[in-house]
Write a protein that binds this ligand. Sequence first.
Ligand SMILES: Cc1ncc(COP(=O)(O)O)c(C=O)c1O
Length: 350
Amino acid sequence: MSTSDIQRLLRKNICELQPYSSARHEFHGEASIYLDANENPHPYPYNRYPDPFQRQLKVCLSEKKRIAVDRIFLGNGSDEVIDLLIRAFCDPQKDSIVTLIPSYGMYEVAAQVNDVDCIKVPLADRFQLNPDALLRAVIPDRTKIAFLCSPNNPTGNLLDRTAVRTVLENFSGIVVIDEAYIDFASAPSMVGFQDEYPHLVVMQTLSKAWGAAGIRLGIAFASPQIVNVLSRIKIPYNISQLTQEYALRLLADTVTMERNLRSILEEREMLRTALSASPYNFNVYPSDANYLLVDVGNAEEYYRRLIAQGIVVRNRSNIALCEGCLRITVGTPEENKTLLHALHNPPVSK
Ligand SMILES: Cc1ncc(COP(=O)(O)O)c(C=O)c1O
């Protein structure tokens, strides 16, 4: 797919949009007196608007991920990126997105908010992507974005790389790979594949392995053309000063991140082994993420019993292909011990 093909996929009103130009868009550099943005001149710690381009943070991510700055877009969580992509490429009441079920629910919700159809293709055996089924389901010239989540939420598995490539090579829209959980996975990221596939968007987030869900920072790695489109339609100051500063400090401390990541991976294995064995004997699906999808049989009952003991997990038993399943996030060693105890005591009938 060429850059002109991407241009063709865009909504007409977005192509023609004259973006809002804020005070900080029109002047950057150092000045001694700022009277351009109607800010409060008194020395509150956050009296100034943040950098709308997040330059420093993007340079830091660019070095960390070994990708050019102009291939990075930052959103108020990945959830903002999902919404902006749909707004940029999908005409309401006309276009559609395609995604897999079960998968992360926000793709469909963001489509509904934008009055865009969501085509859902069931995962095949072992929760794998069937690229032919996905390609058959798309409506030519109308299905603009495919959202693929790898590792997939809630099933926990990586999508087969060959199947993903088949979609990339045959789908003539934008392909989004949501890698929110990639740091927990045994396979490398697809960041950097944009040279080969200019219509590929890889999403990551600081909410999971980096432990910063509260600051709301999502990242999209994409061709400069797509980054430019998203930057033109976002609200000017979508990433707060507090978030930018905190993220810079966090990203500098890889040692803590890696130590906590190792603990989560060890605890995932401990939980998987424990829950598969006696006295639980649950069917635990393989996971490349920081949670386990566990078929406990009577999910409703286990869910309520855990709640009664002050432990909340996600009951996924009502969603396609997840009958009887709880999705359990890997906690600290202490939390996981308490969970195992609470699942067993009081014992419930399966
Ligand atoms: C697959 C997936 N993508 C994206 C998100 C949201 O990420 P963020 O916190 O960056 O909005 C989640 C959150 O649970 C998720 O599971």
